[in-house]
Design a protein around this ligand. Sequence first.
Ligand code: ATP
Ligand code: MG
Length: 455
Amino acid sequence: MNNLRIPPLLKEIALVFSAAGKEVYLVGGAVRDLLLGQNPADWDLATNARPEEVMGLFRRVIPTGIKHGTVTIRYRDVSIEVTTFRTESRYSDGRRPDEIRYASTIEEDLSRRDFTMNAAALRLPGGELADPFNGRGDIRRRLIRCVGRAEERFGEDGLRPMRAVRFAAQLDFDLEERTLAAIPGALATTARVAAERIREELDKTILSPRPQTGFIIMEETGLLKLILPELEACRGVEQRGYHRFDVLDHSLLACAYAARAGFSREVTMAALFHDLGKPAARRLDEQRGIWTFYNHEAISAALTEGILRRFRYPNAVIDRVLHLITAHMFHYEENWKDAAVRRFIMRTGTDSLEDLFRLRMADTAGMSGEDPDPRSLLPLHKRIESVLAKGGAFSLRDLAVNGRDLMAAGVAPGKRVGIILQELLEAVVDDPGLNNKEKLLEITNNINRRYINGP
Ligand code: ATP
Ligand code: MG
């Protein structure tokens, strides 16, 4: 296997192990990537040296996962994870291994791994291949196959079906027949997996070059109904009168475009979830004979919030995704007055305009199944530029007054300050001439009196 490009740095590290009489192998995704002819993202090593021994062999070693037998060597500014050979551990809760036990051979270590393509190793420094499960053959056939009996392996760790889906989407591989057939029987185990572990695989699927590939396998095996029932409910929700795809296919096409275009995780997730509210919002317009989906964006945002909280996404991600989904139904017409453009900018927020346009591109791609014409948003783009160039207030920080000014003018501290500032902003967006301290304080007094006197 000398044709595989093993970096000199790994050979140097390997010589330290062999001088100490220890074996060391390149393992996991890096071997798979090399066999595929791709550049590995990172390097994982396996050894028969115990973690304490590895720590003694190198100057800079960090005990990053000592519970799992893993330490990280820092060598010439590269981080390399080194894990002592382990055997299959028991997963009595279907979530995490109960305990780890060290193994004495690489073969034993490889047999605990999930898929044959991830269970080949390259002996270092020479580069001889250890491949007891014929991972290389499966990589050549582009197949994801469990090491050993699929039912057993999925029953041990319910994350593995999600990993299979993720790899199918990333690599454009098929699931081998028995591996695929074992997923439905493992759903109860997958249901017990920690949300954070599922999220990691879901993220990688959504951002892969072919998210549809992953989601279709999820649908066929029942994983979609288990993990994202809100998305599964979009199957068969037809949109005659708009385009030929049902809401699920439309969402997958939109997500695939966003992933392909390299849009951010937030935009790509918004593309996947922007129409989740359609099944609930759908009404038949009998006169026109078409379906309507009024206000679906609000329902989509609420359902998406439920999903993102369930998987413990960070609040900053949740806020961004929900904002984009809530704002996605704009319809620009050339006859919009400047005030309408200013209102659009204010509602969207100047920092979100580009992302909202990206979401619209993805939404459009999801209607035709083809890449949209990048010029379609140009008229609105130009209009926004010209309106922004004229200046004015588009957010609270552009106002000629702030919260302190309002309180000095007699507004009681608390929620009311924010509410009045927002009203002032809306007034200024309609009429930029109002944006001076004197006029704004006059309006403030009027609004505040309304509060004091009641409605
Ligand atoms: P990536 O390129 O995404 O990092 P990877 O194959 O390296 O892909 P990791 O999640 O980094 O995936 O895992 C490293 C290796 O550990 C895998 O290649 C596999 O051999 C093994 N592995 C990881 N997760 C599991 C699991 N849940 N069950 C069994 N083996 C696993
Ligand atoms: Mg990896």
